[in-house]
Design a protein around this ligand. Structure first.
Ligand code: SAM
Length: 279
């Protein structure tokens, strides 16, 4: 039987997670460390979490630190999650932004914690259905995440029966997916509309360029207030003043940053607060 996790080992692992990914983990979540890090221990031939903590403390740049971070991410996602943001994007943000841009401008959309790709592909399917509105416009969709295993899944575009039954309208399943044994593969036409890249939201976001639309959903909930503020402010700096930000149902900018303001009458949609950006 492995030794119980010591408080200093817990502190070392919690510190690693906070520094590298923003994830806050309290002592009540020790069970999560135990269940999720089991496979990491096994691969590294370590006996328990105390040995793992010792190793990351001694060598914070050891690749195992990355494995720990990745194993502790929560990657749940599904197509058209919460639906409302996608309805808003399709009916409000997209027509408004297209009208505001010259025909030669590329519209850029960012799924900022894209996990296994469902969010970015939901946007791509909306765009595929909005051909009349788009005309010859170029649209770029970028999906980024810290978890390499999820990015690889997203790039493959292969989903289980369970995954395609969560949120994806059946007409879209028929139109944009092909059955492949027990799974469903997204059509190349949709897959090629999205580029996935490894990116840490705590890192420098400037090299990603500017985005007209950002979805940063169901990731800020894992961060503490200062980290939420830092990430939101960095995102605001990558958006034009008429851009649209979508957050998850349990997330808000209120009380965290003045760089975004809620769009009147809309839940979970935020505009860049021009006054604060200029300040
Ligand atoms: C619960 S999923 C959300 C997926 C999708 N946005 C949705 O709402 O369905 C959260 C994702 O955030 C990613 N993540 C966590 N910390 C991150 C960070 N510091 N930088 C980039 N991605 C991060 C995780 O790897 C995970 O895939």
């Amino acid at each position: 039987m492995s030794a119980p996790l010591t408080s200093s080992a817990f502190a070392a692992l919690a510190d690693l997670l906070k520094t590298k990914s923003g994830l806050i983990i309290g002592p009540d979540k020790t069970y999560l460390l135990e269940t999720r890090l089991g496979p990491v221990l096994k691969r590294a031939g370590l006996t328990d979490l105390n040995a793992l903590a010792e190793r990351v403390k001694r060598a914070p740049h050891d690749p195992i630190a990355r494995d720990v971070v990745e194993a502790m991410t929560t990657n749940e996602s599904f197509f058209f999650r919460d639906d409302k943001p996608f309805q808003h994007f399709r009916a409000q943000a997209l027509p408004r932004l297209l009208a505001a841009r010259p025909a030669s401008a590329t519209l850029r959309i960012w799924s900022a914690a894209s996990s296994s790709g469902q969010e970015a592909y939901s946007l791509a399917m909306i765009l595929a259905e909005s051909k009349a509105l788009l005309g010859s416009r170029t649209v770029e969709i970028i999906g980024t995440d810290i978890a390499r295993d999820q990015l690889a899944r997203a790039q493959q575009g292969l989903y289980t029966q369970f995954e395609v039954q969560r949120g994806l309208p059946v007409q879209m399943l028929m139109r944009y997916f092909k059955k492949e044994d027990a799974n469903w593969r997204i059509a190349d036409a949709i897959r090629s509309m999205v580029k996935f890249r490894e990116w840490n939201l705590l890192g420098d976001l400037r090299a990603l360029g500017l985005f007209d639309v950002v979805l940063c959903r169901n990731v800020l909930i894992y961060f503490d207030q200062p980290t939420k503020a830092r990430v939101l402010d960095a995102i605001a700096a990558q958006m034009p003043t008429d851009g649209a930000l979508y957050l998850g149902g349990a997330e808000t900018v209120l009380g965290i940053t003045g760089r975004f303001a809620p769009m009147p009458g809309e839940r979970g949609v935020y505009g860049v607060n021009a006054a604060r950006v200029a300040a």
